[in-house]
Design a binder for this molecule. Sequence first.
Ligand SMILES: [Zn+2]
Ligand SMILES: [Zn+2]
Length: 263
Amino acid sequence: MQFCTLFSGSSGNAVFLSTERGALLVDCGMSAKQTLDAMKHAGLDPAMVHAILITHEHSDHVKGVGVMSRKLGIPVYATAGTWEGMGGALGELPDRNRVIITAGESFFLDDLEVAPFSIPHDANDPVGYRFFTGRHSVAVATDLGYFSQTVCDALSGAELILLESNHDPDMLKRNPHYPQHLKTRILGKKGHLSNDAGAEAAVRLAQCGARHLLLGHLSAENNTPDMAYRTAHAALTSAGAAVGEDVTLHVAARFQASLLYRV
Ligand SMILES: [Zn+2]
Ligand SMILES: [Zn+2]
């Protein structure tokens, strides 16, 4: 499998995943044009993309989905709750390109097994995804109010995980531009994972066999890539993991493709 983020952060998210048989996107939260440009810039062929899988209906995940689906003529996969939440946001799509999936029920796209799992987040029926092919598996787990047992179980043993490290709680609490209700929402159990909570999750995942951790969905205002990295690095190191040897650690850029992983 090849895996990278094209965009990551509260301003827009998209993940590219390919096997020898084809590729898919998880979310398309920037415009279709920006996403196609990002793929081309990273040397990835948009014609390979056969599906778009949605995590949940928030605009930073779905903004470009409708146009992308129409441009490429490809189906969109989402839970029933997410379809309801997206309402008319996607515009017209033929019924054959509207696929309903269920958290906890795996399905196949070509040779790729897709396992959607429930995540704690303030959306109708949000999911993360784990992908399996042969012996290898990778996973996407962002927009997590907390690192629930369901999420932990779903990710256990994955080699490569895109893991949320959204904010520094002190920066968030001090931010004068954020109203209190938004702070409460982000810090709540259906909000977003802080750097510390992400770091704690990173340690557990490394202990469960993760070899590559990619931190993502950083807040633009309440975090920095350096803070997210240092927090996870410190936690992994103090748990006895050699970063760069036992496990690699990177931060997904907001507006640029990440490293292209091959597992
Ligand atoms: Zn969200
Ligand atoms: Zn989001």
